[in-house]
Write a protein that binds this ligand. Structure first.
Ligand SMILES: Cc1ncc(COP(=O)(O)O)c(/C=N/[C@@H]2CCCCNC2=O)c1O
Length: 439
């Protein structure tokens, strides 16, 4: 097969921003499907890494962006307040639990949002230490990589005062304790000793660790971690960029963990496919200084219009319930595939944030990195867009549009099953993967 448009991409656009798994060049999209250069309609189980929360070309979304573009309330909130931005801030404050005087910072991406938090908590509290988890992906800018722990960013500069700790993964548990209790003890020891809690400004968490492997923490872990942080006055930061905005069957993913974070970071799905992010947190942090974290188009009126359409549609079309219902359907169908495919080590997730971990041996749990690369390539050939994540690059990540239907979920499972069978049977030539290094 030939992919002329994809080849043009490779001769035109920078590879600095490539994370490629197969030769997909998209020319359009509608609903849960994207159109490939050969005209095929591919079922989009990624939704552009979770950003296209309403799918592609949703009428309410198109109408909102068109209206905002036809009478824009400026293009920036740096030096003029903007009605749609103010209203978005009010809505996010109303939708996000929290105590005391709070503010909302509006940005372009998860990266600039997390970078802003990492800088502001240190500057505002005078505490120079930060904590986050191995495997965490908080962004692709210097300041957000500085608080991340993902293997794909090995070698990037880390924040001076950063301490990384293992993420609680019941499938590959720290100290062989799937409950997470041993890990919490380890964290307590760190905060009482080498990483003094009194010097620590914030603890960055993902309520489901996504790029690290779509890992659902053990019950009660984050509630207990939040109690430990509160004892030291450490701010908890819930990075909801990928798993928030209704994706897991609750508006915010932290709501599954029975605790309220001090700071909440939203992105990706908030904009439905246009760049907008938000940080909701204490005024003592987010009003700490002026001219501290600003980019020209922050709070852009068109992007705010998109975000309003996302929030409206999530409510009007009951998309949180849909994520829970269709997610449960997907989860149980994928779990049932374990009968047929010994390569599936574990299926896990909440709502429409699902991971399928592939292994070469269920007993040893040896990660099946090569197989994962072939499965996603074969899925592409069969009509499905799905990528892999994980510190071992072996976890299929399903983050489809929140509008996904039951029939589309069933179609996805059938293609995943066929792709695993074909890849495991050697029907994907190694040569096809050349140039598609993935992570
Ligand atoms: C939990 C979480 N927090 C922050 C980010 C960074 O968001 P941006 O890529 O919008 O800057 C991300 C972005 N994740 C990456 C984006 C790069 C490609 C790999 N897949 C992702 O979802 C994220 O998952």
């Amino acid at each position: 097969m030939s992919f002329p448009l994809y080849e043009k991409d490779q001769k035109t656009l920078s590879k600095l921003q490539n994370l490629r798994f197969f030769p997909l060049a998209v020319t359009g999209g509608k609903g849960s499907y994207v159109t490939a250069e050969d005209g095929r309609k591919l079922l989009d189980l990624s939704a552009s890494w979770g950003a296209a929360s309403l799918g592609h070309g949703h009428p309410a979304y198109v109408a909102a962006i068109t209206a905002a573009a036809s009478n824009p309330a400026g293009a920036s909130i740096l030096s003029a307040a903007s009605a749609p931005a103010i209203r978005l801030g009010e809505r996010l404050l109303a939708l996000t639990a929290g105590a005391g005087e709070r503010r909302v910072w509006l940005g372009h991406s998860g990266s600039d949002a997390n970078e802003t938090v990492a800088r502001a908590v240190v500057a505002a509290t005078g505490r120079r230490r930060l904590m986050s988890f191995t495997g965490a992906y908080h962004g692709g800018t210097a300041g957000s990589m500085a608080v991340s722990g993902h293997s794909a960013q090995e070698g990037s500069d880390k924040a001076d005062g950063l301490t990384l700790v293992p993420f609680p993964d019941p499938y590959r548990p720290f100290a062989d304790d799937p409950s997470g209790a041993a890990l919490l003890d380890q964290i307590e020891e760190l905060l009482a000793g080498p990483c003094p809690g009194e010097e620590t400004a914030a603890f960055f968490i993902e309520p489901i660790q996504s790029d690290g492997g779509l890992i659902v923490p053990p019950p009660g872990f984050f509630k207990r971690l939040a109690e430990i942080c509160a004892r030291y006055g450490i701010l908890t930061v819930s990075d909801e960029v990928k798993v928030g905005m209704g994706r897991t069957g609750r508006l915010h993913c932290y709501m599954h963990e029975d605790f309220t974070p001090d700071i909440v970071v939203c992105g990706k799905g908030l904009g439905g496919g246009v760049p907008i992010s938000a940080v909701i947190g204490p005024a003592r942090i987010l009003d700490f200084a002026v001219c501290f974290s600003m980019q020209t188009l922050h709070g852009n009126a068109i992007c705010c219009g998109a975000a309003h359409a996302v929030l409206d549609t999530i409510e009007n079309e009951k998309l949180i319930d849909n994520a829970a219902t269709i997610g449960a359907r997907l989860l149980s169908s994928l779990e049932a595939l374990k009968e047929k495919h010994a390569e599936i080590g574990e299926v896990r997730g909440r709502g429409l944030a699902i991971g399928v971990e592939l292994v070469t041996d269920r007993a040893t749990k040896e990660p099946a990195k090569e197989l994962a690369a072939k499965v996603v390539y074969r899925a592409f050939e069969l009509g499905l867009v799905v990528y892999y994540v994980g510190m071992n690059s072996n976890v299929l990540e399903l983050t489809p549009p929140l509008t996904l239907s039951a029939a589309e979920a069933d179609e996805a499972v059938a293609i995943i099953s066929q792709a695993i069978s074909d890849a495991a049977a050697g029907r994907v030539d190694d040569a096809k993967l050349k140039g598609f290094e993935g992570w």
